[in-house]
Design a protein around this ligand. Structure first.
Ligand code: ADP
Ligand code: MG
Ligand code: MG
Length: 280
């Protein structure tokens, strides 16, 4: 398909080794949309069709990016169209070292949690939860949507222990030396959701990698295991209530991690940062 015949490219929204995402105007309809181009060189037709059909299947959820039923190929790319999120992705609005104002963060995670709950109710696991994959429609996060279903798989399907993005990857996935039958599980998303929440509220990562050898992670593990004693320094700004939630989201054994559903109970509380933190 001759892209320029039907679409006018306005600007690039994202770029990676995979290909690119462009903001375009549909010349006939006059409407804006985002086209995701996946390089044929690095993407199998099967993976493209999987990402496209999963996205389309999940589109009815108001907290998941809406797909238009448009998919085509050019010489170089497989392409599909989705609604355009005018404020880009969440990563770009988290102030480094500071974090988002708590009400904004709370509003945002609430919507992400609904999207995840929907996904999980369809027996799917996203496997790449991170700020870059949460698209925003306004800077106040009044409307946000989960996106990028390239890693999404059915719960229970066998996979290798490598997935997602560091530092959002759960500890059981970090040990790539193990080759036993490992299966896709909801707990992967729950862990990443916990890390995401930490990042949104602090503007920092809790650790580089959930591995022994990362001192911040080691400190967290000691605190998780002991259940008493000093809270690691980068966690001290959180209230007791929110620390209780983080303990469940970031439970070290995946069997003990809570479900996304449990997050909603916590969202009812004033649960995040201490008023003394100076973060709004
Ligand atoms: P990848 O699978 O390579 O991570 P994504 O689908 O996550 O590709 O898109 C890459 C980036 O492009 C996103 O992080 C975001 O910044 C931007 N982007 C993607 N889709 C849209 C969209 N519909 N509206 C606005 N920006 C988008
Ligand atoms: Mg992405
Ligand atoms: Mg992807």
């Amino acid at each position: 398909l001759e892209v320029n015949k039907y679409y006018e490219v306005i600007r690039e929204l994202g770029k990676g080794t995979y290909g690119k995402v462009d903001l375009v105007i549909h010349k006939i309809r006059g409407s804006k949309m985002a086209l995701k181009f996946l390089k044929k060189k690095s993407t199998k037709l099967k993976s493209f069709l999987r990402e496209y059909s999963i996205s389309l299947y999940l589109s009815p959820c108001p907290f998941i990016i809406n797909m238009f039923g448009i998919a085509f190929e050019t010489d170089e790319y497989y392409v599909f169209a989705q609604e355009y999120a005018p404020s880009g992705d969440l990563f770009d609005i988290i102030p480094p070292q500071v974090g988002l104002p708590e009400p904004v963060a709370k509003r945002c995670v609430h919507q992400v949690a609904i999207a995840l709950e929907y996904l999980h109710s369809k027996k799917l696991v996203h496997r790449d939860i991170k700020p870059e994959n949460i698209l925003i429609f306004d800077k106040e996060c009044r409307k946000v949507k989960l996106s990028d279903f390239g890693m999404t798989r059915r719960a229970g399907s066998p996979v290798k222990r490598v997935s997602g993005t560091i530092p959002y990857t759960a500890p059981e996935l970090c040990d790539t030396s193990k080759h036993d039958g490992f299966c896709v599980d909801y707990s992967t998303d729950v862990w990443a959701f916990g890390v995401l929440l930490f990042c949104m509220l602090t503007g920092n990562f809790p650790w580089e990698k959930a591995m022994p050898s990362d001192t911040f992670y080691e400190e967290f593990v000691r605190w998780q295991k002991r259940r008493t004693g000093a809270v690691p320094s980068q966690w001290r700004r959180f209230t007791d209530e929110s620390l209780r939630m983080f303990r469940k989201l970031l439970a070290l054994e995946q069997e003990r991690r809570c479900s996304v559903k449990e997050v909603f109970a916590h969202l009812g509380h004033r649960w995040m940062l201490d008023g003394t933190s100076g973060n709004h």
